[in-house]
Ligand binder design. Structure first.
Ligand code: CP
Length: 308
């Protein structure tokens, strides 16, 4: 097993074997995170820039931690305080950063295709940390890692993704990854928040949450992405919670052997109730811990392809 690509743009374009390769690599890095000294000298020759054109807590911090735990040099860029406000283009921004001898780019951007564009136009290895509504591949890898840690297998598992699927890059990356590894996937939400082209995903589609949850092993709850919603997609937050919020009563519809996931940030009392988010079946914080290991694995794998 090996990883064939120089960048990680999405799970849609990588194979099941490549996904399993990254998950296996992440296992070794997850063990390092349990040591007293959580740092290895492996990538001390590497310089990475973390370019965040959109807000982030988990992804930005875990990439930075992953880079530092591999001993890479790290530069953090966010648009506030940068020359983007003076009109500098994405391409010029990247080329100027690369002129300072940076080896790899981690990028989050509101435009679909931004990570692919940088990899193609600037000839640098790129890790997509979320591009618009398209993909968030390292989030999906950490979700897959967490599911594998909890259940030990994918084939035969039933996973339900609930919420604002239409605007969710996490949902898209999760679907590509889970389907490639043999899980059965369902999506559920108000009709207005389901993608228009549901057919391309090969998933079961529900608008009734209790029906969707029936017998499922994993429920992944997504927040309403108001920042991407250009119209009033739901009558009110109160009505959304009543019909699609994950409450303890609705958890009872799941298989007795189940896990509750959320990529964060959570809106407690809207898409998920606090007692459910904090229950024994919740793996929401383990997801965050596993995110560091998964990002170490991706950084290490792509760095090993750079000709020094
Ligand atoms: N899950 C996720 O992408 O969270 P952040 O937006 O905080 O990075």
């Amino acid at each position: 097993m090996t990883f064939e690509h120089e960048s990680l743009i999405g799970l849609r374009e990588i194979s099941a074997d490549e996904i399993m390769f990254l998950l296996d690599e992440a296992k070794a890095f997850r063990n390092i995170l349990e040591r007293e000294i959580k740092k290895v000298p492996t990538l001390r020759w590497l310089t990475v820039v973390n370019l965040f054109y959109e807000p982030s807590t988990r992804t930005r911090i875990s990439f930075e931690l992953a880079e530092k735990r591999l001993s890479a040099d790290v530069v953090n860029f966010s648009i506030s305080g940068s020359s983007v406000s003076k009109g500098e283009s994405l391409r010029d921004t990247i080329n100027n950063i690369l002129a300072m001898k940076v080896d790899m780019v981690v990028v989050r951007h509101s435009s679909v295709g931004a990570a692919y564009y940088i990899a193609r136009e600037c000839g640098v290895p790129v890790i997509n940390a979320g591009d618009g509504t398209n993909e968030h591949p390292t989030q999906a890898l950490l979700d897959l890692f967490t599911i594998s840690q909890r259940f030990g297998y994918f084939r035969g598992l039933r996973v339900v993704i609930v919420g604002d699927i239409r605007h969710s890059r996490v949902a898209r990356s999760d679907i590509w990854g889970l389907k490639k590894l043999g899980a059965s996937v369902a999506i559920c939400g108000p009709r207005t928040l389901l993608p228009q082209n549901c057919d391309v995903f090969g998933v079961d589609v529900y608008t009734d949450l209790e029906e969707a949850l029936s017998g499922a092993n994993v429920v992944n709850v997504l927040r309403l992405q108001f920042e991407r919603q250009k119209a009033g997609y739901i009558p009110s937050i109160r009505e959304y919670r009543m019909k699609w919020g994950l409450t303890s009563e609705r958890v009872a519809f799941l298989d007795p052997d189940h896990a509750i996931m959320h990529p964060g940030p959570m809106n407690r009392g809207v898409e998920i109730d606090p007692d459910v988010a904090d229950s024994e079946e919740s793996v929401i914080l383990p997801q965050v811990t596993n995110g560091v290991a998964v990002r170490m694995a991706v950084l290490f794998t792509l760095a090993s392809k750079i000709k020094k």
